[in-house]
Each structure stands twice: as structure tokens, then as C-alpha cells.
Design a protein around this ligand. Sequence first.
Ligand SMILES: NC(=O)C1=CN([C@@H]2O[C@H](COP(=O)(O)OP(=O)(O)OC[C@H]3O[C@@H](n4cnc5c(N)ncnc54)[C@H](O)[C@@H]3O)[C@@H](O)[C@H]2O)[C@@H](O)CC1
Ligand SMILES: Nc1ncnc2c1ncn2[C@@H]1O[C@H](COP(=O)(O)OP(=O)(O)O)[C@@H](O)[C@H]1O
Ligand SMILES: [K+]
Length: 522
Amino acid sequence: MKVLDNQQMRLLDRITTKEYKIPGLILMENAGMNTTVEVMKALNEDYRKKVIIICGTGNNGGDGFAVARHLYNKDVQVKVYIVGDEKSIQNDAKVNFEAIQAMRVSIGVLKDENDMIDFNLDLMKSDIVVDAIFGTGLNKPVKGIANEVIGVVNKVKRKIISVDIPSGISGDTGKVLGSAIRATKTVAYQLPKIGNLTAPAIEYNGELLICPIGIPQEAISKSQYEAKLITEKTLKDILPIRGLNSHKGNYGRALMIAGSRGMTGAAILASKAALRSGVGMLHLAIPEELNDILETQLTEVMTVPFQVPKGNAKEFTGVEDIMGSLQRSNVVALGPGLGRSKETEVIVERVLREAKCPVILDADALNVLPKMLKLLKKVKSRCILTPHPGEMAKLTGLSIPEINENRIKVAKDFSRKYGVIVVLKGASTVITDEEGHVYLNTTGNPGMATAGSGDVLTGIITALVGQKINLIGAAMAGVYIHGRSGDEAAKITGEYGMIASDMVREVPRIITEIVNKKKAFD
Ligand SMILES: NC(=O)C1=CN([C@@H]2O[C@H](COP(=O)(O)OP(=O)(O)OC[C@H]3O[C@@H](n4cnc5c(N)ncnc54)[C@H](O)[C@@H]3O)[C@@H](O)[C@H]2O)[C@@H](O)CC1
Ligand SMILES: Nc1ncnc2c1ncn2[C@@H]1O[C@H](COP(=O)(O)OP(=O)(O)O)[C@@H](O)[C@H]1O
Ligand SMILES: [K+]
């Protein structure tokens, strides 16, 4: 599904009205109708409940007036408040404004401090608030009366339904411009905007619903977009159905270089996740002293034990055993629990110089990478990097807040500069490729903020690349499946107590569910 910025959304609206001859008023009517359905659900057919609709003077406010009209017609107790000067209401919004005036819907105007007294009283008596102050037209920080209104609405703890985007959130970036409504539910129109899907806005949306408003599919298919949202439908085109006559050789021979003393768990989690994601054969390179432990834990994995020198890393001849295995592999992943030793540096450097197959770099491989960043450009195959914001900070020299405020830009710039795929992890994971394409994932939950969760992701992506899924497809499918596995695990265990192994357990079921739907579809 396409994800647009404000300007792209405005352009799509304009094309719909100009080229497809669908008046803006029809779109507004659909938007109003669909939002009314959500308000009715929130009312739960209790007509004693009161609804306050706060409208700005632009088209977002126009949608709010349309909602007011429909609710009033259904005998719901509605009060509309306008933030700003009603004289500046124009065009489609004006049509709806004049309609509710003619219908004698109760309307108040909020221009200054004095108007806040009645508003506050009404707010206390209300059950549901519809937020139609600003939508995609917000173009500067919220100040003055609008800022005050947002402040009191957030404090009063009512159910809040935001129209298109929580007011105060930039549709372009997801940043809070001054202050923003913290909604219970957001009804986004036709397509999500960047601001609906990127942090920090995801804290403000509440439940996000995407409602069609009648923009023609053809116009959508031609429209420009900033990013694509990864959905189950995306995966149906990525995950292959296994041939009846296939054998393990068809599903890849992956090499995982992971684990060190004190961090064998990372190697175990990444390996199990890879096996549970369908890789044909998995080799795990680990320091020889850990071989027995890992062989006992991982029945189906073949280990590649290597010698680690006691003193001088220059005598690290064990790296040749890893390189030997690398030559026979069709994907290599390195980093989980590898440690930040000199040996890790040698391994990462040798893999980057010698690998002919795709390379997946995570965790400690990323931690030592800043010393040899230029090598990324020399890799014979393609690379996927899976940093969390802390690792990305080391790779870019930016601070973690700088990264989190500009997640898409940071990932995109890095992908372009070094010619790699970046999976910037965290709530709403961003994936970018060498050509500047951006993909967003919204599966997952805060329960996944637990040690080992990233190792599971690396395992899944490795297995998918091993199964010859193209790299960007594997990254997309990997983060989606990983997030869904986290969501399933949270349903059983809850977010507090879930651990990375719980996610691994859910991975095969999620993949099967998606592939079965694909089979039914085909
Ligand atoms: N055909 C269309 O264009 C459609 C638009 N729709 C709605 O229209 C919205 C976009 O409408 P608009 O482009 O009119 O803009 P908005 O209604 O989002 O708000 C912008 C209005 O507020 C003012 N403004 C912006 N930032 C401000 C600030 N910080 N403080 C005070 N005033 C500020 C602007 O000057 C403008 O008048 C969408 O989010 C959606 O809800 C829908 O009705 C569907 C159809
Ligand atoms: N709040 C959240 N919502 C969705 N996904 C999350 C959230 N917190 C963490 N995750 C996911 O969990 C994983 C954590 O990975 P990482 O930070 O590398 O953990 P570790 O190094 O302990 O394995 C990432 O894939 C991340 O996207
Ligand atoms: K809004």
C-alpha cells in the first residue's frame, strides 16, 4: 500500500477532482460517512452519550462538519466547536458548514481565552471527541488557541477520534508540530500519510484505520508516493509455494557466524529462527570451545567450529575454516552475539572482501563496521544491514535522537551512500534500498523490546534470502513475519513477559498462514 506525504495527497485529491471529475464534496462526504460509522461504534448505540466535534477552518474541519451532519441526523447529541475565524471557511468545508448552520446544529467558536470556559464545561460533559482541527494542511507549529484546545482535550481523557491524522502531527514527517492530539482512533483517508506511520506519531494515532473515500484505483496506481506499507498482500507476492518435488538444496545453504562466550543464546535464537523460516541447511560458525554446547542445543544445525587464538589476533588462522564454509554458502549472516573482539573485525573484513553471496550484517558486525565502512562499496554481492538506532548512530555519527526524528531520511541516505539495504529497526521499522525506495512495517509491539529479538529477525531474513527470495523482498517479508510473530506471542504471554524464543515458536505458523492464503488465492 502506498504511503504519501502531504503534497502527494493534495495532488491525488486534485487529480481525482480535475481528471476523474469526482467533486471534492463527494470525497468529503465519503470521508464524513466513514468517520461517522466509527463514531457510532464508539457510541455503542448509547444515544445519551455526547459528542464534541472540534473543527478547524480548512477541509479537515469540513470533514468534521460532515460528521456532525450525519450524527445529528441520527439523533446523536452533537456540539461543534470551530477553532479560528469562521469567516475563513471556504469551498467544500463552507458547504458543510452552512448545512449544519441551516440544520441548527449547536455551534460554538473558539477565538480566545474567554471562549475556553464554555468549551471546558462542554468537554467535561462529553463522551467522545472528534478531532478535525488540522489534517494534511498543517504547515507550521500549532500556537495560540489551537494549542490550548489540544492541551485540554488531551487532559480530559475522553475517547478521541482523529480525522485523517491527529491534529498537530506533520503528515510529511510524523513530527509533533508544537502540540498534537493523542487520539484513541485515527481514521486516515484513502491512503496512510507518512505522518500516520512513523515515530513519534504512532504514539498519537491510537488505532489506525484506513478508509476509502472514493479516489479511483487508477489514480492511486499512478500517484507518486514516499514509501510503501508492508502488508500481508505484499508477502503473498514474495513467499514462494514449495514445489512437491523439491529438496533441501532448493532452499539454500546458509552460513551464520554468531555467538561467543557469554552470548551463545544469540547464535541459538538466530539459528532456530532461520530453521523455522524454512532454510534448507544451516551452518553455524562458532568458537571451538562452544561447539559442544551448541551442538547439544541445535540438533538440526551443522556447526563450523573455529580456533580463536589466545593472544595475537594476527594468528587467527581459524578464520580460514569460516571462509571455507562461506565459499559453499548462498547467504551469510554475521553479528548476533559475536562480540567486539579483534577476531570479529577480522571476520567482518574477510567476509566483506570475499563473499560472493548476499551478506547480512547485524549486531556486533555492525559495531565493528564503522572502522571499515568503505568496504561496503566493494562487496561483490549485495548487503542487508539490520541496525537498531544505537547501531545506526555508530554507523552514521549521528545521535540517537537525530536518527529517531528522521528515520526515513537517515536510512535512505545510508542506503544510497553505501549501496546497501538498510533495515532500521524499532517501532515502525524502515527499510530502504540502494535506489531510494522506502518500505514501512507496522507489525510488532513493545513486548519485542527484549534481548534476542533482533537475533530472531536476522535468522528469518537469512533463511528467506537462502531460499532465493530477492533481498529487498526477504527484508520486507522478514520484518513483517517477525512483527506478526511478536504480536502472536504477545497474545499468549502478554507484552511484559514475552521472550525472544516465544517469537521463534510463532514464526512457522505465521509463514504457513500467509502461504496457505496465497495457495487459496492462486
Ligand atoms: N479534496 C480534498 O482536498 C479533500 C480533503 N480532505 C480533508 O482535507 C484535509 C486537508 O485540508 P486542507 O488542505 O484544507 O488543510 P487542513 O484542514 O488540514 O488545515 C489547514 C488549515 O489550517 C491552517 N493552518 C495550517 N497550519 C496551521 C497552524 N499551525 N495554526 C493555525 N492554522 C493553521 C491553514 O492555513 C488551513 O486553513 C485532509 O487532511 C482531509 O481531512 C477530505 O475531505 C477529502 C477530500
Ligand atoms: N515497540 C516496538 N514495536 C515494534 N517492534 C519493536 C518494538 N521494540 C522493538 N521492536 C523490534 O524488536 C527487535 C529488537 O531488535 P534489537 O534491538 O536488535 O534487539 P536485540 O539486540 O536484543 O536482539 C527489532 O526488530 C525491533 O524492530
Ligand atoms: K485531524
